[in-house]
Design a protein around this ligand. Sequence first.
Ligand code: GTP
Ligand code: MN
Ligand code: MN
Ligand code: MN
Ligand code: MN
Ligand code: MN
Length: 209
Amino acid sequence: YLPIPEIPRCLQQSTITKGLISYNEAQKLDRYGLAAHTCVWAPQPGASKFGELKAAVMMHLRFDGTFGFPGGLINFDEDVVEGLNREMNEEIGFGHIGCPVTWNDYYKTQVIHEKELVLHFFIKEVTLDQLQDLEKRTLLAPDFGKEVMGNVRVPLYTMENMYSGLPEFLNNRFIGTAKQDLLLALHHVKLLTETDIIEVMLKSQTLNL
Ligand code: GTP
Ligand code: MN
Ligand code: MN
Ligand code: MN
Ligand code: MN
Ligand code: MN
């Protein structure tokens, strides 16, 4: 049973809530296309000179210039998790670290009726060693330099100017709801509280003059 997750109040007005749907409801939209993406992250205690690190969270720069998560369209003959692991292998070489994404990592589903597309989103925790190993492999992935222009770690801290770090990162352009998905994932794994999200969104809207 895969329930709809609870969305923190500060994100309830955002575009994700609109298309949020249970996995079972999505099954009925069998004429729609299907895609799945994953937020891969590892706990990383300790500090850098810029602030507390907390975790290493992987995103990538896509071919279209926006930031997003690894994953992609599921083929008609594929199971969701099977297709997701194939895409993650093509885009970041995920298969090499030997811990495929499973239904235990499922987080939520949303539907974009205008595009006739169902999007599943997964959150995969790995160890920092696995993530560092993965980062090295991403350069050798078949779609690196084609679909994926570079893997990044998301800066999770906010620097003393109240702007640099995560607020600044959030001012990039993101594909679809990837920005809200990032904040949701960080909230789900308890890296950000609701208050943290409100603060970081306010700071990212502040002009850096
Ligand atoms: P090809 O291999 O070239 O077919 O691309 P792909 O299969 O890797 O597909 P892609 O990852 O671009 O995902 C398909 C669609 O899902 C995109 O056109 C976006 O609308 C949407 N999408 C892509 N990345 C994300 C993401 O990180 N979050 C969300 N919410 N949607 C995404
Ligand atoms: Mn330097
Ligand atoms: Mn792809
Ligand atoms: Mn993709
Ligand atoms: Mn594809
Ligand atoms: Mn492809």
